[in-house]
Design a protein around this ligand. Structure first.
Ligand code: OXD
Ligand code: MN
Length: 566
């Protein structure tokens, strides 16, 4: 199929001595990202999709898309791609079949999922599968739709070849369709990385983390500790999706249903993600990066000098003075999990791995401390529901606009998000040995707008505190928003961060948090009657704690007084 794709132009040959097994794909110019405005949940009742999803009645969707599909594959080859999500021997794995007229999609599915025999065996055993129908059709955005039919476990996607729209196993199946199934059956499908932190004694603490797209999930999942943190290591299980089940032991177990990584390329370098750099040196499909005259690849933020010329993602002559990007900002790598140098020996464990900590996070320049811990499960659900990220100039041209993105699931929750919050609360009742819930923020800036925290590999210092908290160690101070690390409990050695900045990194400003709590409540009330009262109750409790502490005009670092330590 690869040979075929090289003939049709779906793939472009790269230098196989430098990049063995690697190829380049260029998408249509208008087809470079997920299109949330063209993504629909097609349930009989609009309320079941909720206020955060686009909705279409199933009959209308079948008719509208059916007319576009009609004849759309004429003269093309249709690929039949049975795929299994999860390890072959796991009771939690599920199968799908995607029909597609895109060779690029078929090849990418071969990297991202377990295709062929294991899927067919599962379909035989289970008697069921998720039905995915995909056609590029004419790639016209006005005839582009991604429709989900939860009642029939069916996905129809037409008019796009972009991964998140067209690799139906990923966002469509493993999140939007699996979500409501999990709700019915008592498990969760989450937009989370899964990793293990091993300490010098060989103990591994498994964590799952949800951050909005483009907040560094892939980097954290493959983190390489700096020299100063010798003895610690990170094991990768997944970078995007977690299926979470309650085990017989009452713990929460996480499984990565995928078999590959579909990661953002720009910004990936030896400094930010050396393990990804090693991983994407072979067996990788690059999409929309720059092609050098030597038939290798380059992108902005690669950490090496740009070539003097090349072909940009649009296939146009490019040089460093062109004034445009060589690689598209959402250019991607598609690489098999088995090539990840930090892949955990447990990644195919049919049970998954037992989760001790759940991390939420986002990009907050001023508000959120580096890390804080929820007071308990319901408070953690509130923290997840209140999640938000601030836009960067690159994304929208507007800096600092807050976008609410509960549990990083806003574009991926296939049912009413109010019911989704209720499901989280219900899971808390089922999980006897609950993971602790944390919020992290690598993006806090000082008055000069400079990042106060170095991020990337140094984030391991925060993970270490989290792991210690999970073992009942790790000193913390109670603040109105949660427990923050006590003085000296995070290893800041060799970081050269002044004491004042350390305090500021962990400080909270009650007045700003009161404003935030109000904004969160306005957002949460959009879920009307579907919003569980327990979530609003957490909001009220937070406001009361903040009001007690509110003291005007104090610098952030001094604005709260510890009320107790643990
Ligand atoms: C992704 C995304 O591609 O979240 O994983 O957009
Ligand atoms: Mn994602």
């Amino acid at each position: 199929m690869t040979r075929q794709a090289l003939k049709t132009g779906d793939l472009i040959e790269l230098d196989q001595r430098v990049l063995p097994g690697c190829h380049l794909h260029r998408s249509a110019l208008n087809d470079v990202a997920r299109t949330e405005d063209l993504t629909f949940i097609c349930t009989p009742k609009r309320e079941d999709a909720g206020p955060t999803n686009n909705w279409m009645a199933p009959a209308d969707a079948y008719a509208r898309l059916g007319a576009i599909f009609d004849g759309s594959m004429r003269g093309r080859t249709m690929y039949v791609v049975p795929h299994l999500m999860g390890p072959a021997d796991s009771p939690h794995s599920r199968a799908g079949i995607e029909l597609t007229d895109s060779l690029y999609v078929a090849l990418s599915m071969g990297i991202m999922t377990r295709v062929g025999r294991p899927a067919l065996d599962r379909i035989d055993a289970a008697g069921d599968f998720v039905r995915g129908l995909h056609s590029k059709a004419d790639l016209n955005p006005s005839r582009r739709f991604i429709c989900h039919f939860p009642e029939e476990q069916t996905i129809w996607s037409v008019g796009s070849g972009y991964g998140g729209n067209a690799l139906l196993s990923k966002k469509c199946f493993a999140l939007r369709l699996a979500g409501p199934v999990g709700r019915r059956e008592g498990w969760m499908a989450e937009h989370m990385l899964i990793m293990g932190l091993e300490d010098p004694d060989g103990r591994v603490t498994y964590m799952a983390a949800a951050f909005p797209s483009a907040c560094g999930k892939t980097n954290l999942a493959m983190l390489e500790p700096p020299m100063s943190q010798m003895g610690f290591r990170v094991w990768t299980i997944g970078d995007d999706i977690a299926w979470l089940h309650v085990g017989d032991d009452g713990r929460l177990w996480a499984l990565n249903p995928e078999a590959g990584f579909f990661g953002v390329v720009p910004g990936t370098s030896q400094a930010t993600n050396p393990n990804a750099m090693r991983m994407i040196g072979r067996d990788t499909i690059f999409t929309n990066v720059l092609e050098t005259p030597e038939h290798t690849v380059w992108w902005e933020g690669m950490g090496v000098e740009p070539p003097s010329r090349g072909l940009d993602w649009r296939s146009q002559e490019w040089n460093p003075g062109s004034g445009s990007k060589g690689a598209h900002p959402n250019s991607r790598f598609t690489a098999p999990t088995r090539n990840c140098p930090t892949i955990s020996p447990e990644w195919q464990n049919p049970r998954g791995v037992p989760i001790s900590a759940i991390l939420f996070g986002g990009r907050r320049a001023r508000l959120a401390p580096l890390v804080y811990e929820a007071f308990g499960w319901a408070h953690g659900v509130y923290i997840g529901a209140a999640m938000a990220s601030e836009t960067t100039a690159a994304a929208t041209g507007q800096v600092g606009v807050v976008r609410r993105d509960p549990m990083a699931m806003l574009p991926f929750c296939g049912y009413n998000m109010g019911d989704y919050f209720a499901h989280w609360l219900e899971m808390g009742r089922r999980i006897r040995v609950k993971p602790r819930i944390f919020n992290v923020n690598w993006f806090r800036v000082n008055a000069q707008g400079e990042y106060m925290w170095p991020g990337y590999g140094e984030n391991i210092r925060v993970l270490r505190w989290i792991a210690e908290r999970c073992r009942g160690k790790g000193q913390a101070v109670e603040t109105p928003v949660g427990f923050v690390p006590a003085e000296g409990s995070i290893d800041f050695d060799a970081l050269d961060i002044p004491a004042e900045t350390r305090q500021e990194l962990l400080g909270i400003d009650p007045a700003a948090w009161l404003d935030e709590a109000e904004a969160v409540e306005v957002f949460l009330r959009t879920f009307d009657d579907c919003l569980p009262t327990a979530v609003l109750a957490e909001s009220e409790k937070l406001r009361r704690r903040l009001a007690r502490q509110s003291a005007p005009a104090l610098p952030a670092s001094q604005a709260w007084q510890p009320t107790s330590t643990r």
